[in-house]
Design a binder for this molecule. Structure first.
Ligand code: MV4
Length: 504
């Protein structure tokens, strides 16, 4: 039983984040409803939820992105709250609005705040009014090329062309001088049109070698808000974060306080409630600039949880049910250092192409300070239809050096056979001297890992291990459990016993 206003939560997501949220609900005594597409019938999140409903075919628009189906499933199962996770409908203000109309608690900001933070131009105006530093640039969507010439002169080269309708680096072009400007604007417009269906672009001062620093915030519905410090997210591949950590090696206490106070200004200006993240760019001189608000529980939230001891899913549920924040800013402290590696079903030796397929064998790392938010299991087949994230490996150490060593050790223990993964690539990033030195800029991957290879034993070892795993699975027949949190499951690891790989 629980004494919450919220009686049952539907998790409108899949994979590792759905499993993680279900765990959080279970710890508060709140029953859960999982939704799944036909191809996800055997997925882990379906097995750990109290109820599970098939909501349609694999295509996201017919399942995890289908607002009416999800709202109707909540009503049909008596779920009086929905947690959207990240991606899919998590930041869709129309989804939040439909929940509000049906008197279903949306575990996130309200639809009005979602709409505001989703509008880049409106956000910039709000931030300027609130005294939040933004990147010098053109306020409105660019007009003709003359507009840009005049604006670029005002800003000063180098400048950056950006797509108004979307982020992720699409349409971005660095321009060093006026004679490159026209071609860059036209190229940016073409790319923006094909990526977002909207060719409009704008221009900003180019921040060279920036770091991506984001601040976790928590705000209740009664005007109380706290920040839970920063996350350093500069290690990105094609604008996709792959490693995150806290604290950031680049912040001292003075800068941390200034950025935290600024993040809270953003929250107040946006009339935001629940968990959110304020993203900044930090330049080498220690100047920081507001980028955007992410109005969702982020992939990388566990590093904040490990260093502050605060469970963000629990806090989200409490705030969504109307509780006032039980935390004051002085209660939020940082202890130690946490690092997260995102584990993807991608082949680093084939341009990180997705690597779907059957997981023949999984061994998860464990030990002091090791957390594995896992969405997979031995025997499960990774589908082709969705983002290829399999799990997140998070470690905590008393300092950054211990955390790095613990991460390398945990990555070496993590064994996933049958598909290709980014585990080996991540291990080499963490072990790189520049990473160890904390010189983690957004250019890290392209500068230090551009010609990375698995190493001569990687492939042959994988094949041999997969063969051993297949052999062992033929002997073991793990029970088909209905709920993994309730029954021990025989896994190949219990039957594989000791075996050696003859060195090639
Ligand atoms: C920038 C920038 C430099 N100057 N804006 C924004 C979307 C994000 N994914 C990439 N963004 C950038 N915006 C100005 N005015 C550099 C980047 C950037 C970046 C920022 C953070 C983390 C990784 C990045 C990788 C490439 C470029």
């Amino acid at each position: 039983m629980n004494n919450f206003v919220i009686k049952k939560i539907l998790i409108a997501n899949r994979g590792e984040i759905a499993v993680r949220i279900i765990r959080g609900c279970r710890e508060l005594g709140i029953p859960t409803v999982a939704v799944y597409s036909e191809v996800d019938r055997e997925s882990l999140h379906v097995q750990v939820a109290d109820e599970a409903i098939c909501i349609g075919p694999p295509a996201p628009l017919q399942s995890y992105l289908n607002i009416e189906t999800i709202v109707n499933t909540a009503k049909a199962t008596g779920a009086d709250a929905i947690h959207p996770g990240y991606g899919f409908l998590a930041e869709n203000h129309l989804f939040a609005q439909r929940c509000e109309e049906e008197d279903i608690t949306f575990i996130g900001p309200d639809s009005k705040a979602l709409k505001l933070v989703g509008d880049k131009v409106a956000s910039r105006e709000t931030m300027i009014a609130a005294g939040v530093p933004i990147i010098p640039g053109m306020m409105h969507k660019g007009g003709g090329t003359d507009d840009f010439v005049e604006e670029a002169e005002k800003i000063g080269y180098p400048v950056l062309i950006k797509a108004s309708a979307g982020g992720g680096g699409k349409g971005m072009r660095v321009v060093g001088s006026e004679n490159e400007l026209q071609e860059a604007v036209e190229g940016g417009m073409r790319e923006a049109k094909s990526a977002f269906g909207d060719a409009s672009v704008y221009i900003e001062k180019y921040i060279e070698e920036p770091r991506h620093i984001e601040f976790q915030i928590l705000a209740d519905k009664h005007g109380q808000a706290v920040h839970l410090f920063e996350r350093e997210c500069s290690i990105q591949r094609r604008h996709q974060k792959i490693i995150e950590e806290t604290p950031s090696p680049a912040l001292d206490d003075n800068l941390r306080t200034k950025m935290g106070e600024t993040a809270l200004k953003v929250v107040r200006a946006s009339e935001y409630s629940n968990a959110g993240t304020v993203e900044f760019l930090l330049d080498r001189e220690g100047n920081f600039y507001f980028l955007e608000v992410n109005a969702r529980l982020q992939v990388e939230h566990p590093v904040t949880e490990l260093v502050t001891g605060i469970d963000l899913v629990h806090q989200q549920i409490r705030v969504a049910s109307g509780d006032t924040l039980s935390l004051r800013q002085e209660d939020v402290t940082q202890l130690g250092h946490a690092i997260e590696c995102r584990i993807y079903a991608e082949n680093p030796e084939n341009n990180f192409m997705p690597s779907p397929g059957k997981i023949l064998f999984l061994q998860e790392p464990s030990g002091p300070g090791v957390r594995h938010d896992c969405g997979i299991y031995s025997g499960w087949t990774v589908p082709v239809h969705y983002d290829p994230i399999l799990s997140k490996l998070i470690v905590w150490g008393e300092d950054r050096d211990v955390a790095c060593k613990r991460m390398i050790s945990a990555l070496s223990e993590l064994t996933i056979l049958g598909i290709r993964t980014t585990v080996g690539f991540l291990r080499d990033v963490i072990a790189h001297p520049e990473f160890a030195a904390g010189r983690t800029y957004t250019s890290f991957i392209e500068r230090h890992m551009a010609d990375w290879g698995e190493g001569q034993n990687g492939e042959s070892l994988n094949v041999a291990l997969a063969a051993a795993a297949i052999a062992s699975m033929k002997e073991a027949s793990p029970s088909k459990s209905t709920n993994r949190f309730r029954e021990a499951v025989v896994t190949p690891w219990h039957t594989v016993g000791k075996w050696e790989i003859a060195s090639s």
